[in-house]
Design a protein around this ligand. Structure first.
Ligand code: IMP
Length: 432
């Protein structure tokens, strides 16, 4: 009855979709537990590139069942679109393979409009949200006035709920933000159409997952975003409104803690961030350009959801140690090691310096990262391309040293290393 949790250890975009895809091969169920379509996963299978926002990438394995958990916020319009998109590419996305928790809160056009209006009103203090309505939808959930997937089961009432909600937020939009609100009646009609499509997928997934765990099935809980974007444990206020950390999986799926087996953290071999907020190891030079790429390749560092260029910098082991602790990681997966090929001296931040004092860990948690200067360890680089590397002993010695250095800095094994976008471009260590 094992539950494995996969979490991002940085600011999201660690390449979790890749690792989920890999682990899904050994799982019966892949379940997402937080966030919404602010996430974006790109998975390459052969010459097909799948861009997913809501549905776990486990759907690309014919044997897995996928779940959208109660901790998520789902925009029904986009879920319908994603189901149709996958179906057009030949993927079976029937209700036998995909379940939507009835307790999942729904994003409405009013949430989208409010997200944009609030961001614009923040001016220079903006968070840099994805403007997908995520924050306002979670705010309605916490204020106990949200609309849930279960509500779609009663069409007429659902239409009224959507109309009321859009009208209520509409007043705010007009009076406070002075913008044209979405039309409540149109929204209600559209949402009733989505409800008709999505109703067969709605289920009581907490009980379903518990039953499957008792039967011995393997559940993979797939995190979205990353530890440093967690509402409580991230770089607040520059965070998302959900709980990407591992405990978020228990809440966001309705599972008890006794089932936990592995907690796999995913870290990019360097550091990226999209949106505003502190980033101690950020670079603004040719190295950051090297790390980011030009945007022409699907794996270049441009947002899957917004297309925004990501900020890039060196790997930060101070933040990584923090992620190890708050998630209770049992192991690490490193992605995009291949991108470091050709860099002379890849750096890793090993500690911070502030006012002459050295810090191995964050003295005030991640909310206050100001004034810290990273202390770097410079490693030897490697020239060769890693794309053909299939096993640990085929890696150049310097690349091995880079990985071993990370293991030493975080006192945790690195079990999986990805060296390219394809399913096969992965090195597994110690028989994982
Ligand atoms: P929101 O989740 O759209 O409210 O955005 C809040 C912050 O989280 C912004 O800085 C976003 O750029 C960031 N964010 C949200 N989702 C992701 C993601 O999947 N990857 C990276 N950053 C994200």
């Amino acid at each position: 009855m094992p539950l494995d949790i996969l979490v991002g250890t940085q600011w999201g975009d660690e390449g979790k979709g890749r690792i989920t895809d890999l682990l899904a091969a050994q799982s019966d169920i892949v379940a997402r537990y937080g966030g919404g379509d602010n996430a974006g996963h790109t998975v390459t299978v052969g010459d097909q590139i799948f861009k997913l926002h809501l549905i776990p990438s486990g759907i690309l394995h014919p044997h897995t069942l996928c779940i959208l958990g109660n901790g998520m916020v789902v925009n029904p319009a986009l879920l319908v679109e994603e189901i149709d998109h996958l179906a057009s590419l030949g993927v079976d996305v029937s209700p036998q393979r995909l379940l939507l928790s009835g307790s999942t809160h729904l994003i409405t056009p009013a949430h989208l409009a409010l997200d944009g209006a609030e961001e614009a009103a923040r001016g220079g203090d903006k968070i840099g949200t994805t403007r997908r309505g995520i924050g306002p939808a979670y705010a309605d959930k916490a204020a106990r006035r949200g609309i849930r997937a279960f509500d779609m089961l009663s069409l007429e009432q659902f239409g009224e709920q959507v109309e009321d909600q859009v009208a209520r937020v509409g007043e705010l939009l007009t009076k406070i933000y002075h913008i044209d609100p979405p039309d409540p009646k149109k929204a209600a009609q559209a949402y009733q159409t989505y409800a008709e499509r999505l109703r067969p997928y709605v289920a009581e997934t907490s009980a379903f997952i518990s039953q499957k765990l008792e039967q011995g099935q393997v559940i993979l809980a797939e995190g979205a975003q990353g530890t440093l974007l967690d509402l409580d444990h991230g770089t607040y206020p520059f965070v998302t409104s959900s709980h990407p950390v591992a405990p978020g999986a228990l809440l966001g799926l309705g599972i008890g803690a006794k089932h936990l087996r592995r907690v796999i953290g995913v870290a990019k071999a360097f550091q990226t961030r999209v949106g505003e907020g502190p980033f101690p190891t950020e670079l603004h030079d040719t190295i950051s350009e090297h790390l980011r790429g030009t945007g022409q390749k699907p794996w270049d560092e441009f947002g899957t959801t917004t297309g925004r260029p990501r900020r890039c910098g060196w790997l930060d082991s101070v933040l990584l140690r923090y992620a190890v602790r708050v998630n209770g990681l049992t192991e690490l997966a490193i992605t995009k090691l291949d991108i470091l090929s050709g860099l002379n001296f890849p750096h890793i931040a090993v500690a911070y310096l502030r006012d002459g004092q050295e810090y191995q860990d964050l003295p005030h948690g991640p909310s206050d990262l100001s004034g810290f200067t990273p202390i770097y360890k410079k490693l030897r680089g490697w020239e060769s391309d890693l794309w053909e590397v299939k096993a640990w002993d085929q890696l150049p010695k310097q690349a091995q040293d880079y990985v071993l250095q990370i293991e030493e800095l975080i006192s945790l094994p690195v079990q999986i290393i990805s060296v390219g976008p394809e399913r096969e471009q992965v090195i597994r260590r110690r028989g994982m």
